[in-house]
Design a protein around this ligand. Structure first.
Ligand SMILES: [Zn+2]
Length: 290
């Protein structure tokens, strides 16, 4: 059994939701499931190392057969071994690994060499794309809202503000028309020069972030994904042409094509005490026009 030696070519960064590909490998999984690896796909899998955007939903058809795709994971091939999902020990793009999309299906699987059509649930994808675009903008708005809270120089974000998001993020979860980001406010953040009293009046922080978001939404800025190639491991960048400056953030997910379709993006902030510090939770909601 020969495993693929080239990365899966992916078209979801361009917004595609339908693709035709050839089966390169079928990996048996527990519970009668299998992971189907194709040469190309429009199906967005959840990334193992940074699982922010969930996998698409969709179906796979070949000949007279079809199957629901119940999951999508990233996989890596190294030394003749395929490691899928949580087993994958390296980040996407690590040299000398081949990276693939594993389409998880139940029951009968197509054979190696079969031609397969993949169709992605467009409504769900659209809702996640909206959530992901809102998430990026909310992180920039939060950084701007906390820009005065730093007493030392810290790495800056895509708009030149001190990077609170990058310094404190623990988890980021994209949802349908929203996202939830969790930040850790502890000793290491204080050492980097973050004044935690900036979070005493969270309503004021949220108001500043929401004002920035409202201005960006009103600009109707275009959004695009730039990429070095169509391999899943190729470097991709989210680019949003905001009025004052183009924001560029490395990103493997899917997005809206622009903010002209957006009615509003708002954030709500909540802090809780945890051992050794506090946890800040930002819930972002994005609504579309019409
Ligand atoms: Zn992203």
């Amino acid at each position: 059994m020969t495993l693929p030696s080239t990365d899966t070519r992916v078209s979801y960064p361009d917004g595609d939701t339908v693709s035709t590909g050839t089966v390169l490998h079928v990996e048996p999984l527990a519970d009668g499931r299998s992971a189907v690896v194709l040469d190309r796909t429009a199906f967005h899998p959840v990334d193992t190392a940074w699982p922010d955007q969930p996998a698409d939903r969709g179906r796979m058809r070949w000949g007279a057969a079809e199957a629901q795709i119940v999951g999508g994971v990233t996989g890596g091939i190294h030394d003749g071994e395929l490691l899928l999902g949580r087993e994958l020990p390296v980040r996407m793009g690590t040299p000398e690994w081949t990276f693939v999309v594993g389409h998880v299906i139940e029951g009968e699987a197509p054979e190696v060499g079969a031609e397969v059509e993949v169709s992605v649930d467009e409504g769900y994808r659209h809702a996640l794309s909206a959530g992901h675009t809102g998430c990026h903008l909310a992180s920039l708005a939060l950084d701007a809202a906390l820009a005065e809270a730093w007493t030392k120089a810290v790495s800056t974000d895509a708009l030149g503000a001190p990077g609170f998001d990058a310094a404190a993020i623990q988890t980021s979860r994209i949802e349908e028309f929203g996202s939830t980001d969790v930040y850790r406010i502890g000793k290491s953040l204080r050492k980097k020069g973050f004044d935690v009293t900036a979070l005493d009046d969270l309503d004021a922080v949220a108001a500043r972030a929401n004002a920035a978001l409202a201005a960006w939404v009103a600009s109707g800025a275009s959004v695009r994904i730039e990429r070095d190639g169509d391999a899943i491991s190729a470097r991709r960048t989210w680019v949003c042409a905001l009025p004052d400056q183009e924001a560029r953030i490395p990103c493997g997910g899917t997005h809206l094509a622009g903010l002209d379709a957006v009615e509003a993006i708002t954030v709500a902030l909540e802090a809780t005490d945890v051992e050794g510090g506090r946890e800040l939770r930002m819930r972002t909601t994005i609504s579309l026009r019409g």
